[in-house]
Design a protein around this ligand. Structure first.
Ligand code: PSU
Ligand code: MN
Length: 307
């Protein structure tokens, strides 16, 4: 059976020539940010990656085809569309077989990236172990796919709405390096600090690329999580963030929000409670992650193709 996979011509050529490519997810476009912040940020990420001399590949499923690399018009259409499905791993086969349009989460984007042979991927904040997981069993598929595939995912830490220490423990169990880019502490998405130590601090993109190369060339399969603290000016005060997260989680519980609706619900609540400040921080951190991912991809491409 032929795979319903389409790699954009520009991306395909870059991969063939061993040039750097960075994957971008699309659930942040359809479920993570409101219009037009979503489209502005998505296009800005692509632009930032290109400015570093790297090819961006936004991933989504369009009319049942897994697409690696979208044109600007396709990104605009996805960002404006309503009722797009949020696809994690288990939604990929359904979207393909029913010819649906779906945005891909971190988990699905990791899978699609590896189908195409892309090794670096940028997002805002990965999913993880939710607060109250003892009762709900809500653990994002993102962690499993990160552990299962040879990929470096660049983020600003797991999303602040999560149980961050449980998420960090889970990453250790799964053997995922928790790299702090120029930090000893894992950043917490809207905040630069979490009180949780990273497994190693690395201060340059080239050293991260080397770590990836060493890991995979020793048969140590699986992903690395690169955490990049958002810039000081954009960071929100942690006491404030904690307060609005508590309120948002209580509201979600009362409203009976479960499953994949939880994260989009909480992000939207935080945006309201912070009068848009959380969205501003989110926009900044995604772009910063795109920039770092591009640098890492460039350095990694040099290592695997010396000339
Ligand atoms: N990063 C952001 N905003 C987002 C996401 C990441 O800044 O909305 C998305 C990613 O697609 C991630 C998803 O995979 O949130 C997590 O969803 P869940 O908790 O349901 O696994
Ligand atoms: Mn979940």
């Amino acid at each position: 059976m032929e795979k319903a996979l389409h790699i954009h011509e520009e991306v395909r050529q870059a991969l063939q020539e061993g040039r750097a490519v960075v994957a971008l997810e699309s659930t942040i476009i359809t479920h993570g940010m409101p219009h037009p912040a979503n489209v502005e940020t998505a296009l800005a990420c692509e632009r930032i990656i290109r400015e570093s001399g790297v090819v961006p590949a936004t991933v989504a499923i369009i009319d049942g085809i897994i697409r690696i690399g979208l044109d600007e018009e396709e990104i605009r259409a996805l960002a404006a569309a309503e009722d797009v499905i949020k696809a994690g791993k288990r939604d990929i086969a359904r979207a393909v077989s029913e010819k649906l349009t779906a945005s891909t989460t971190v988990s699905a984007t990791i899978i699609a990236s590896r189908m195409a042979g892309i090794a670096v991927f940028a997002t805002g904040g990965i999913g993880g172990v939710h607060r109250g997981f003892e009762k709900t069993m809500d653990v994002s598929r993102d962690l499993e796919e990160l552990a299962a595939h040879d990929i470096a995912v660049v983020c600003a830490g797991p999303k602040a709405i999560l149980d961050l220490s449980a998420t960090a423990e889970y990453l250790e169990t799964k053997g995922v390096e928790l790299v702090g880019y120029r930090t000893d502490e894992m950043p917490a998405f809207y905040c630069r600090q979490s009180g949780i130590a990273v497994s190693q601090r690395v201060d340059s993109a080239s050293a991260i690329a080397k770590l990836m190369h060493v890991k995979w060339s020793h048969g140590l399969s699986g992903g690395l999580l690169v955490t990049n603290p958002l810039s000081e000016e954009a960071a929100l005060p942690s006491a404030f963030v904690e307060r609005i997260i508590d309120a948002a989680i209580k509201k979600a519980d009362r409203a009976g929000v479960v499953g994949k609706a939880v994260t989009p619900f909480l992000l939207a609540e935080l945006e309201k409670a912070s009068h848009g400040e959380s969205l501003e921080a989110n926009k900044v951190l995604v772009k910063e992650n795109a920039r770092l991912a591009a640098e890492i991809a460039r350095e990694y491409a040099k290592l695997i193709q010396p000339e």
